[in-house]
Design a protein around this ligand. Structure first.
Ligand code: NAP
Ligand code: GCO
Length: 264
């Protein structure tokens, strides 16, 4: 079997990876041997990300690029291919959420979430595919969500985007599998990052946030996930070990999707 999990000689681009889940996955890909490239939306984020990778002994290259801006993305990919090489692995991680009751959400707010969480991965994937087709090999990993399968109050835009991202994943797998390009998703459960910090804030009396307690009761693992829980799944889907896995969404959720929830 050899070391099918090695990423030696591979170039990996992870979007929105200055911190959070993207940073953890990029760290894992680096430890498996990949050269790490990442983008974020602000220079100060890119700079802080480069410093954070350096603290871990990782020499990452960072660029400012908004994944929703097709001209910026085309320039980014052309620059990476010129300065570093053709991208072997793309992780579409960048994403936002707006928690607003649907009847109070503006169409503009809805469109902004769709633009970043769904159109962004389309634009990024479209930009890296020509290089992967030329190499007759490539890995695209889309970071989906529990909301690719489930809904809840206030996240209509996010669930729409992540549901769409699940199907975009399956369609890229269908259309480009013939070029030895695999496109899969990772569906994290509830992970402790800045994005979910509002759901975990301690109450004035020091008690757990009600949503925090809810997630603990809905998760067989009885804990929030950490970005580190996503490191192994990312290496697996980025490596030759998953060459016959295509169009799959790998849920890393501690069992939430399998579980009705603990009786209160
Ligand atoms: P996060 O902490 O909010 O980090 C998201 C990163 O993406 C930030 O660096 C953000 O930059 C960047 N970003 C936002 N818009 C961008 C754009 N237009 N172009 C480039 N970069 C952009 O989120 P996270 O919790 O690490 O989540 C990462 C991914 O996992 C997201 O797709 C999220 O939907 C998904 N996810 C998260 C969880 C969870 O429980 N945390 C669970 C399932 C799925 P700024 O700091 O400037 O916004
Ligand atoms: C929310 C959370 C979730 C997580 C994640 C779950 O408000 O319900 O932010 O959406 O971010 O996507 O998989």
């Amino acid at each position: 079997m050899g070391n099918n999990f090695s990423l030696e000689g591979k170039i990996a681009l992870i979007t929105g990876a200055s911190y959070g889940i993207g940073f953890a996955m990029a760290t894992a890909l680096s430890r498996a041997g990949a050269t790490i490239v990442f983008n974020d939306i602000k220079q100060e984020l890119v700079d802080s990300g480069i410093a954070a990778y350096k603290e871990l002994g990782i020499t990452a290259t960072g660029y400012v690029c908004d994944v929703t801006n097709e001209d910026q993305v085309k320039d980014l990919i052309a620059r990476i291919e010129k300065e570093i090489g053709i991208i072997d692995i793309l992780v579409n991680n960048a994403g936002i959420i707006k928690r607003i009751p649907m009847h109070e959400m503006s169409a503009e707010e809805y469109r902004q979430v769709i633009d970043i969480d769904l159109v962004g991965p389309f634009i990024m994937s479209k930009a890296v595919l020509p290089g992967m087709i030329k190499k007759k090999a490539g890995k695209i990993i889309n970071i989906c969500s529990m909301m690719s399968e489930l809904g809840r109050e206030t996240v209509s835009a996010y669930a729409s985007a992540k549901g769409g991202l699940k199907m975009l994943t399956r369609n890229i797998a269908s259309e480009y599998g013939q070029y030895n390009i695999q496109c899969n998703g990772i569906g994290p459960g509830y992970i402790a990052t800045p994005q979910t910090a509002p759901l975990r804030e301690r109450q004035a009396d020091g008690s757990r946030h009600p949503f925090d307690s809810f997630i603990i009761a809905k998760t067989p693992a009885a804990r929030w996930g950490t970005p580190e829980d996503l490191m192994g799944p990312a290496v697996f889907l980025a490596s030759n070990a998953s060459d016959f896995v295509n169009g799959h969404i790998l849920y890393v959720d501690g069992g939430i999707l399998a579980y009705i929830g603990k009786q209160p």
